[in-house]
Design a protein. Structure first.
Length: 244
């Protein structure tokens, strides 16, 4: 019986390990961020390469998150669009520039989506000093990297207000993850919108927005809690896999 249980745990470990890697490896397109440093300026170009021998309709979002490590000032900007890729074709999607000093921490993020708005490619580049722990390993500087990246894909002021509320709540939880959390907003019939919180394309929470600040704050807190639980569940699963 004990031998049987051991085999079951090993099979489960292999299954979940392969599942985890399949979520990280993108085989349809290759997203790539190219950066040139020109004195105190970063010239950024987002590119994508179609890895398939077929036409592919994609959308993209190139985001730049900037934080000053001295005064904690933060800013972010994003460019997005749609394009049709020919088979085995590489194209430039977007270009942008950002000032950069030794006091800045900058995270550049490129996300590629398919026709169903699922992430099928991503790339991430970080600029800024890193602290060292006692073993000499690099650890992230306190700030954006410590709490993970939250991409803003909202369309209206109301959606952006929710993003701000959610980001504030999520930051307090100090989630350590390289997974990308996205706050997405879609227009619906009438004057409402649907807001969705996703982690690497997986839906964690979605609801119809209301122009009510208390409601948005409540949903931001509830959504942050669900995201936190999601990451805790992954952490527990990884511990089980490691144990067996």
């Amino acid at each position: 019986m004990k031998k049987y249980l051991t085999i079951v745990f090993v099979v489960c470990a292999i299954f979940f390990s392969e599942l985890g890697f399949s979520q990280m490896v993108y085989k349809e397109v290759k997203a790539k961020i190219e950066v040139k440093e020109i004195e105190n300026l970063l010239a950024i170009t987002g590119t994508v390469e179609n890895l398939k021998s077929e036409f592919k309709n994609i959308s993209y979002k190139l985001s730049v998150f900037k934080k000053n490590k001295t005064n904690s000032n933060k800013s972010n900007n994003a460019q997005d669009g749609r394009v049709t890729l020919e088979p085995i074709q590489k194209v430039e999607l977007s270009k942008t520039q950002v000032n950069f000093t030794k006091e800045d921490e900058i995270i550049i993020l490129l996300l590629i989506y398919d026709e169903h708005n699922t992430i099928i490619g991503k790339d991430r580049v970080v600029f800024g000093e890193e602290a060292k722990d006692d073993t000499g390993q690099s650890i992230p500087v306190d700030g954006i990297e410590m709490v993970g990246i939250v991409a803003n894909d909202t369309k209206t002021k109301l959606g952006n207000d929710f993003y701000d509320f959610f980001y504030a709540q999520y930051s307090k939880l100090r989630v350590h993850t390289t997974k990308i959390v996205t706050v997405q907003e879609e227009l619906t019939f009438g004057r409402t919108t649907k807001i969705t919180i996703l982690v690497d394309g997986e839906i964690i929470q979605e609801f119809i927005s209301r122009p009510d600040e208390d409601f948005l704050k409540y949903m931001a807190e509830d959504s942050a809690s669900k995201a936190f639980k999601y990451f805790k569940d992954i952490e527990k699963q990884n511990k089980i896999i490691t144990q067996y």
